[in-house]
Design a protein around this ligand. Structure first.
Ligand SMILES: [Mg+2]
Length: 212
């Protein structure tokens, strides 16, 4: 039986730092908040938007943080074409893996962001049997919910969760998948190692070597 591979999107399949740094800061300024430095923002990527915003501005109400997240999303959709770059070798790796595995995408981005980001990266949306975006589930990664959603949808329990952050590894483990960390994001190897993924790779380009 075919196994499953669930991919995170940002900083796993595409480099997304630049896009989200600019989009967050424009959204903050639009809402009368000060811009936040790049390193601080990068350290929080992987956390869903409104929670990331609440960490930076704890006094905000949840509903205001959610509104700012929506502003960020709109800006990110507009700027994706300009700032998104695919991870080198990601597209080739996906094509190879697709022959043997069922592929899914699990992201804390919105549906519109996913469409814009994949398009900008030249990644065919249809390569994924299921795409889970942030409006589809109540509890995002690091909760296992989006992974369990995919498992139920495709009817396959065995496989892998691949991502650049501890949130991807945690979600995958809780859903009882094997987990693979990649070093194309902002979290260094020693941080990923603490979550004990099955393997840590430099990037998704190395995946077919291990899984095909
Ligand atoms: Mg990521």
């Amino acid at each position: 039986m075919q196994e499953l591979i669930c991919f995170d999107m940002d900083n796993t399949l595409v480099y997304a730092n630049k896009l989200h740094i600019i989009a967050y800061n424009r959204a903050f300024i639009k809402n009368g908040l000060p811009p936040v430095n790049e390193e601080k923002l990068k350290s929080l990527f992987g956390i869903i938007g409104y929670k990331l915003i609440k960490i930076l501005f704890p006094k905000l109400k949840i509903k205001d943080a959610k509104k700012i997240q929506k502003d960020h999303n709109k800006i990110a959709v507009k700027l994706a074409e300009k700032y998104i770059k695919p991870v080198k070798g990601a597209k080739t790796a996906l094509k190879k893996l697709r022959k043997k595995y069922i592929l899914a995408l699990i992201t804390n981005c919105s549906k519109e962001e996913v469409n814009a980001i994949l398009k900008a990266a030249g990644i065919e949306k249809n390569i994924f049997k299921v795409i889970v975006s942030n409006e589809m589930i109540k509890r995002p990664k690091p909760a296992p919910d989006p992974v369990i959603y995919v498992i139920k949808k495709v009817g396959v329990k065995k496989g892998y969760m691949v991502g650049d952050t501890i949130y991807d590894i945690k979600a995958g483990k809780k859903a009882r998948l094997k987990t693979i960390g990649v070093l194309t994001g902002n979290q260094p190897e020693k941080i990923l190692k603490k979550e004990k993924p099955n393997i840590i790779l430099k990037s998704v380009a190395e995946l077919p070597k291990y899984l095909c």
